[in-house]
Design a protein around this ligand. Structure first.
Ligand SMILES: [Zn+2]
Length: 99
């Protein structure tokens, strides 16, 4: 399940059925959680409106929301995060051994 930003040029409302670029499944309005790396920092943005593939879960974000996210990310330090979560990190050696 991934997330990709996609420009939906010329698309008016959500009344046109779209199809997933990856698997051809049907896209329906839904929400996705974005995980965005900014250097060493991981930001999470929850419940972003997106068209979500009913088959593989791929989420497509509209150009409008994508622009808003870009603006937010440029100045996100000015906002107080809703909460902080601890994320476990493992080395590749732990996960798959040393190759
Ligand atoms: Zn799909």
């Amino acid at each position: 399940m991934g997330k990709r930003l996609q420009n939906q040029k010329g698309k008016e409302m959500n009344d046109i059925t779209d199809w997933c670029d990856l698997c051809g499944g049907e896209l329906r309005p839904g929400k996705t959680t974005l995980e965005i790396w900014r250097g060493e920092e991981l930001l999470i943005i929850k419940d972003v409106s997106a068209d979500v593939c009913q088959q593989c879960g791929e989420a497509y974000i509209s150009a409008e929301i994508s622009e808003k996210l870009d603006r937010f990310l440029a100045e996100h330090q000015q906002h107080r995060p809703e909460r902080y979560i601890a994320v476990p990190q493992y080395s590749a050696a732990q996960a798959v051994g040393i190759y």
